[in-house]
Design a protein around this ligand. Structure first.
Ligand code: DAH
Length: 367
């Protein structure tokens, strides 16, 4: 090896090392491109060495040419590898910058204060009823507040001079063209009739809604709320009624072993009829224990005449119905003594008894 050859070899070694150092120092793709052009570009250092080959004698040119080509391949590979590295780093940085944290917790909301809203306890109870019966396959049905005499009474097997009419303290409106006086519905039971008239069985509905009676004291209001239930199918029995209502009462009051009693009673639209009582302590008001009974709702097997009034053949279809006061079960659940605050819009009372709008009732959380 001549001196000249050695020097040239050092040349190439220096170019390799310097290029490697520059590539390592290149922090982004722009810096990387400057290194690439400085080596492989038209005026690049390697390009210049290749150009200089022509001036060498053939023997030296062959040897030098082979060495330069090896170096070129090596540098190209190093440059390409660095590009891939920088591109991967750039992608990482972008992904990190654009990441969405889906685990972000809900924003803390202030305790019910001046500016915060709350769900009225009547609405909350209705939401709970819908959640519980919804889980049992019931849908919600609705009807008008202003009813015909026939829907509110006649079709429910409550004839003209039946004493049950007097019990209801009905609000009557001026007579319509047919001479009959519409009423403010005295119960949600007329929606049983409307449902059976408009949809074929099987039927499974609950009817939360407003009801009206001319009555006013600590436990009665002229406007109040009921929820009705109706199930119509083939081969429905008293056993279904009992199972359904026991499950409902235990879920609603949150007492797994709440005592429930079915007591024979009378309603014109059911046969047999039953009043349903729950166990409680009359002295302390505590539900679930104490040996006393508290009447909570009315129920029964839908009267064959009511089915027939709605065009259903009682030999083919049967079912059960029930009805209860929403204020009453709400007062019992929350230990409220007086019904009047429900309608007084006293903000202090509403804040105390109102429910958090961000926590709707769910069976998973136990209503
Ligand atoms: N409608 C009755 C009332 O207002 C309550 C009721 C009792 C509804 C028995 C029913 C039922 O569906 O089967 O007092």
């Amino acid at each position: 090896m001549t001196d000249a050859t050695t020097m040239r070899a050092d040349d190439l070694a220096a170019l390799r090392e310097e290029t490697a150092a520059q590539l390592a120092a290149a922090a982004d793709l722009r810096a990387w491109d400057a290194v690439r052009v400085g080596v492989l570009g038209r005026g690049g250092r390697l390009t210049a060495l290749l150009k200089a080959l022509g001036a060498l004698p053939p023997e030296a040119r062959r040897e030098r040419g082979a060495a330069l080509n090896r170096l070129k391949a090596e540098l190209e590979a190093a440059i390409e590898a660095r590009r891939a590295e920088l591109e991967a780093a750039a992608l990482e940085a972008r992904l990190a910058a654009e990441r969405l944290d889906v685990t972000l917790p809900p924003r803390p909301h202030p305790p019910l204060g001046a500016e915060a809203g709350a769900i009225h306890p009547i609405s909350r109870t209705m939401e709970e009823l819908v959640a519980i019966f919804g889980a049992m396959g019931f849908r919600v049905a609705e009807g008008p507040d202003i009813e015909s005499d026939w829907h509110n009474f006649g079709a429910l097997n409550i004839p003209e001079h039946h004493p049950a009419r007097q019990d209801h303290d009905t609000f009557y409106l001026p007579p319509g063209p047919d001479g009959r006086r519409p009423v403010l519905r005295t119960h949600t039971s007329p929606v049983q009739i409307r449902t059976m008239l408009t949809q074929p069985p099987p039927i499974r509905v609950i009817v939360p809604g407003r009801t009206w009676r001319a009555d006013h004291d600590a436990t009665h209001s002229p406007m109040f709320h009921q929820v009705e239930g109706l199930v119509i199918d083939r081969a429905i029995t008293l056993g279904h009624l009992k199972g359904c209502l026991i499950d409902f009462l235990r879920a609603f009051f949150g007492i797994a072993d709440l005592p429930v009693r079915f007591r024979a009673s009378y309603f014109p639209f059911t046969e047999p009829s039953m009043e349903v009582d729950i166990g409680w302590n009359r002295r302390t008001g505590e539900l679930g224990k104490g040996g006393d009974w508290l009447e909570i709702l009315g129920s029964g097997m839908v009267h064959p005449r009511v089915l027939a009034n709605c065009g259903l053949d009682p030999r083919e279809w049967q079912g059960f119905a029930f009805g209860m006061g929403v204020e009453r079960i709400t007062m019992l659940k929350h230990g409220m003594a007086d019904l009047r605050p429900f309608y007084e819009s006293d903000v202090r009372w509403l804040r105390h008894y109102g429910a958090d709008p961000l926590s709707p009732p769910s069976l998973a959380e136990g209503v």
